[in-house]
Design a protein around this ligand. Structure first.
Ligand SMILES: Cc1cc2nc3c(=O)[nH]c(=O)nc-3n(C[C@H](O)[C@H](O)[C@H](O)COP(=O)(O)OP(=O)(O)OC[C@H]3O[C@@H](n4cnc5c(N)ncnc54)[C@H](O)[C@@H]3O)c2cc1C
Length: 416
């Protein structure tokens, strides 16, 4: 017999023996099942209701107006701060809301269900900029920067990507050269979310080119520092109310106290920051997929053709069924990654990449099918489908493209 056939033949005996272990009574089997907890706590459900109410009341009425003219929603920032959404994952002693990643995912999901632009503004601020300082900053830096960022008194951005260094950020060209006790930065970053509006920026620069990925360091820059300024604001396909900008360093002199983390560890630390960041991009895609699905379902119930609601046609029902199933699967992956982050689990890289990869691809498929359910009206700006369709595409690109997520997952699977 082949090994596989032998294993199959032995399976019933193995299962029987496993069930009959003295320590594994039937009750114990049920106990194990209880550990697979799929329901949110009352507090998390209440949080979801609160964010939904906020997003529908404060954001929904302005979404198309902001999108049309690419207006950064400055007026919503103090309200997000008041709700604690700008310091979700940071302890109260640093001015944060003291919540976990699961709550963070719920918040990003609910904001993005209404407007992905607000979702990405909050995500870049929390899990990229503030989290990099929170994770790797000195006590002094945390007091000076994490507190106002988590309180939402200041807005943050995080600059890794450069024109020549996207998927391969080890190709960073921006330099930081020693200048007495401090550093002088020169170079340009691209595609920085919140770049124009941020008060505080975490930027990566090469401090020792010979050391490759161990020669890139992180720095904290403040708005108004001489030689540091935002550059071109990108005119985008989607997420148009969010700001995506160049960030420019020209002879930007900073004291040594602005270095974040150990010298040469900026890129390595960024990879850890991205583990958490990818959960937020998964939640961003999840929220937009949910929004597109709900819009399509409601439309299908009221749109009549051939004398009946189009939701009565099996072709439309199957689309809705596929969308709902994929969204559920994406939510499970996203919440699992968030749960691992809350446990401080070391396996997070694989799981957060899986959540980001799957959810963003589901979001693109769902938004496409939702638009199809709307027919010609899906193509028209009076209906929400076209905006979801444009906005979701970012999710397969930002914080590592789908191709890079597959590389990351495969690397994790194959490492011994
Ligand atoms: C709206 C928006 C917001 C963003 N916000 C931020 C931000 O706040 N901070 C920040 O630092 N960056 C940000 N980014 C940048 C984003 O992370 C990069 O765009 C992304 O990492 C891809 O880099 P790239 O655009 O240079 O594409 P490239 O790296 O040039 O990739 C082009 C194509 O080649 C593929 N490819 C590249 N290498 C490989 C490989 N080894 N194997 C297989 N395929 C490969 C890619 O998957 C992609 O399909 C943002 C981007 C956008 C569009």
């Amino acid at each position: 017999m082949h090994r596989k056939e032998m294993a199959l033949a032995a399976a019933p005996h193995f299962i029987k023996a496993w069930r009959e272990q003295p320590s594994l009574s039937h009750t114990r089997v049920r106990d194990i099942n209880v550990f697979m907890e799929f329901s949110l706590t009352d507090e998390q459900l209440q949080l979801r209701r609160t964010v939904r109410e906020f997003a529908e009341g404060e954001i929904a009425p302005h979404v198309m107006e902001w999108d049309e003219v690419s207006k950064f929603p400055s007026e919503i920032i103090p309200k997000l701060a008041e709700m604690g959404f700008l310091g979700v994952i940071f302890p109260e002693k640093y001015g944060g809301a003291g919540m976990g990643y699961l709550e963070y995912a719920i918040i990003i999901e609910e904001l993005s269900r209404v407007d992905g632009s607000v979702g990405i503004i909050v995500a870049a601020h929390n899990s990229l900029c503030t989290n990099h300082i929170y994770k790797f900053g000195t006590a002094e830096q945390k007091k000076k920067y994490v507190v106002p960022l988590a309180q939402g008194k200041k807005l943050g951005c995080w600059s890794l990507t450069e024109p020549e260094a996207g998927s391969d950020a080890r190709g960073t060209r921006t330099t930081a050269a020693r200048n007495g006790d401090g550093w002088v930065l020169n170079g340009a970053k691209t595609f920085t979310t919140n770049g124009h509006y941020a008060d505080i920026c975490v930027g990566m620069a090469v401090t020792d080119r010979a050391k490759g990925s161990h020669g890139i360091s992180a720095f904290i820059l403040e708005k108004g520092m001489p030689g540091f300024k935002p550059g071109k604001k990108e005119n985008k396909l989607g997420l148009r109310a969010s700001d995506t900008s160049e960030v420019i360093f020209s002879d930007c002199k900073v004291p040594a106290s602005q270095m974040l983390g150990d010298e040469g560890q900026g890129f390595i630390n960024s990879l850890q920051v991205l583990d958490g960041g990818r959960i937020s991009i998964a939640a961003l895609g999840l929220g937009m997929a949910q929004g597109a699905f709900e819009a399509a379902t409601n439309y299908a119930k009221q749109r009549k053709q051939f004398g009946k609601a189009i939701s009565e046609f099996q072709a439309i029902q199957f689309k809705l069924a596929d969308m709902a199933t994929e969204i559920d699967a994406a939510r499970l992956l996203t919440y699992r990654a968030a749960w691992l982050a809350d446990r401080g689990d070391a396996r997070l890289t694989r799981e957060s990449s899986m959540a980001k990869l799957y959810t963003s691809e589901v979001a693109v498929r769902v938004a496409n099918e939702a638009l199809q359910v709307f027919g010609g009206y899906g193509f028209i700006k009076d209906y929400p489908a076209e905006k979801f369709y444009r906005d979701v595409k970012l999710c397969t690109i930002g914080e590592g493209t789908s191709e890079i997520q597959r590389l990351v997952i495969a690397r994790q699977l194959l490492k011994s």
